[in-house]
Design a protein around this ligand. Sequence first.
Ligand code: ADP
Ligand code: GN1
Ligand code: MG
Length: 364
Amino acid sequence: MNFETIVEHFQFEGHLQEVIPYGSGHINTTYLVVFSLPDQRQRRYILQKMNSGIFHNCAQLMENIANVTAFLRKKIIADSGDPERETVNIIPTTDGKTFYHSDVDGDWRAYIFIEDAKTYNMVQTPEDFYQTAVAFGHFQYLLSDYPVDTLYETIPNFHHTPTRFEQFLNAVKMDCCGRTAKVQSEIDFVMQRKEDTHILTDLLAQNQIPLRVTHNDTKLNNIMIDDITRKAICVIDLDTVMPGLSVYDFGDSIRFGASTAQEDETDLSKVHLDLQLFEQYTKGFLQGCQGSLTQIELDMLPMGAKIITLECGMRFLTDYLEGDHYFKIHREGHNLDRARTQFKLVEDMESKYHQMQQIVKLSQ
Ligand code: ADP
Ligand code: GN1
Ligand code: MG
């Protein structure tokens, strides 16, 4: 990849010094790009090659992000916040567009690099996790009056769990890589939970829970924690901001952050739901949402955690069966390892379900 020819299409300041592969996202290809200014100072940016195999319309996706961040920016300024650190800021291309398209090199976008803050793949302290919950809840609260009809659905049926189940069944049936025999117990695990897959989408269809503007990918490495204040300052990875369920935003943070192990841990004896972290997150999320969740949403928070974890496990297993074309993998069987941690977590959530419900009740 010739980065010189990519970066020259963006309104970056200074002279390109270094391009460093960055982060641990499963979807886009992310780089930290370092520029030097005439006075020897450095300017850093995030440069991303968008995954156009997954996002079929990068123009619509970037329109969503530009509009959502402009909306957030106004609210952050009104609240005396710092709009350069508390939301992502797109660096425009030299012709004033939100991304650069090349028939040869693909679709690229750039953001201001948020300095003195980090994302994490594991929770460092319960207080950190509490702060991320406040921020994700607040993010949803800030977007509660966003004009929902103007958002494009960047991935149709993204968290429509029954559709994910159908896709999983199809992958099992096709068995295109001859892998199903190896994972029969994981397949059985999902089949036994078929009825769970439509619990929340049924509630939505019956208007028992509302459709909201949600983030849809609320894992810990999609939020930046300030190195000094330890406040969660910025929600990033806005590719899937679209109408969705608040209980899934809650649940996806639990799935990833309240686990005692990494998402791809191979020693399943290390994988559990940490109830202390569950409690911290519940308290923080409710605070961030500022009373905007309905009683049924509150009652369904533990269910949101369980079903989004099941859904994520199904998605990893589906991708494993289909030959790993969706999530980036870094070793053979990586998606299978990920699916197994998710199913272990689902089991643990089932055994702790009553305690999760009690925690939610006592946090209201
Ligand atoms: P993916 O969709 O592949 O997960 P992300 O948008 O989450 O891509 O970016 C991957 C990683 O890059 C993040 O987890 C974070 O560590 C880092 N990152 C993304 N945007 C920024 C930013 N504006 N400033 C600093 N780091 C960022
Ligand atoms: C992907 O992009 P990233 O790594 O933040 C995925 C999520 C999954 C997650 C599992 C667009 O998130 O839906 O829950 O991996 N994003 C997309 O870790 O599919
Ligand atoms: Mg990400």
